[in-house]
Design a protein around this ligand. Structure first.
Ligand code: GRG
Length: 293
């Protein structure tokens, strides 16, 4: 099997494993909460690629850590990601009406329920990691601390704030980089570094994983911006944002395509420290280059 074929199998297996466990983690037996549950399930199971858990598992494999040990963490990453998508789409945030080819969560369930679904997912993410008997007890606080950091003011919340408040008038390249380092790349980084915490990775390895994930996150975001400009709503599956300054505004279409290539090569170079066992890291970076949604 080629490296790309192998990663596609890993992708499929990750989706099945994570989806089954997410259903277990989010199962609700209280009839009064039925609509909240529906709202959570609506976005959690609407075709997300599960890239963050996949990256987390691939890092685990570098250290022979089985997926079962990292499963609560993989699910937590996906819960955080889904929570952020629901919140990001709300009218007072990015005001997006379509997500993954379907009406955004609040378009179906209302803003009040969508906001609660988002917070419910976010808090359940920390809960499942803290309660997981498969994770070593001494690793739980550092993992949850890192997850909380990347979600919070020094991460996604900060990135989102700057995106909302500085995206137009005072936007320049450094502001754009700040936004995407924090809004998008930080959760990629945490997907690798939290798995590395479980694996007792060396500081040098953690730095290499951070570099890999940061470049991957940037390649991913620039591609997102290119899709906003060049993609079709039906293909991309979300509201396209052609009105906001983004990488394409600053670097043009060809410049942005070149930047995606550069960040992908830089990610692959950063993975060089794991030579001999980094095929999946390389294949993941190459595969993300080809995505259409
Ligand atoms: C964590 C609740 C919470 C809030 C933090 C709202 C917010 C503050 C941050 C927004 C972060 C955000 C939505 C960033 C965009 C990241 C991005 C490129 C998403 C698309 O990721 P894919 O392609 O999505 O992996 P799928 O659909 O495959 O899951």
């Amino acid at each position: 099997m080629s490296d790309i074929e192998e990663i596609l199998v890993s992708f499929h297996e990750t989706r099945m494993l994570v989806d089954t466990k997410l259903r277990e983690y989010l199962a609700n037996r209280e009839p009064l909460l039925a609509m909240l549950q529906e709202s959570i399930d609506y976005t959690l199971f609407s075709g997300g690629k599960r890239i963050r858990p996949l990256f987390c598992f691939i890092v685990g494999e570098l250290y022979d850590i089985p997926r079962s040990t990292l499963l609560s963490l993989g699910c937590a990453l996906e819960m955080i990601h889904t929570a952020s998508l629901i919140m990001d789409d709300l009218p007072h945030m990015d005001d997006a009406k379509i997500r993954r080819g379907k009406p955004a969560n609040h378009m179906i369930y209302g803003q009040d329920v969508a906001a609660l679904a988002s917070i419910g997912l976010l808090t359940r993410a920390y809960e499942v990691v803290l309660k997981d008997p498969q994770l070593p007890a001494d690793k739980k606080a550092p993992i949850v601390g890192e997850l909380a950091r990347v979600v919070g003011i020094d991460g996604m919340v900060g990135g989102q704030f700057v995106d909302l408040k500085h995206a137009n008038a005072s936007m320049d390249k450094s502001v754009l980089e700040f936004i995407h380092t924090n809004k998008t790349a930080s959760l990629f980084v945490a997907s690798g570094t939290t798995a590395a915490i479980v694996a007792d990775a060396t500081q040098e390895e953690i730095e290499a994983l951070k570099g890999y994930a940061m470049h991957l996150g940037f390649a991913f975001q620039i591609l997102d911006d290119l899709l906003d400009v060049l993609g079709k709503v039906e293909e991309v599956g979300k509201s396209l944002q052609s009105d906001k300054a983004n990488f394409v505004t600053f670097y043009g279409v060809e410049g942005s395509k070149a930047l995606v290539q550069k960040h992908t090569s830089d990610a692959i170079n950063a993975a060089g420290i794991f030579e001999g066992k980094n095929q999946k890291l390389i294949a993941l970076a190459q595969m993300l280059l080809k995505r259409k949604s």
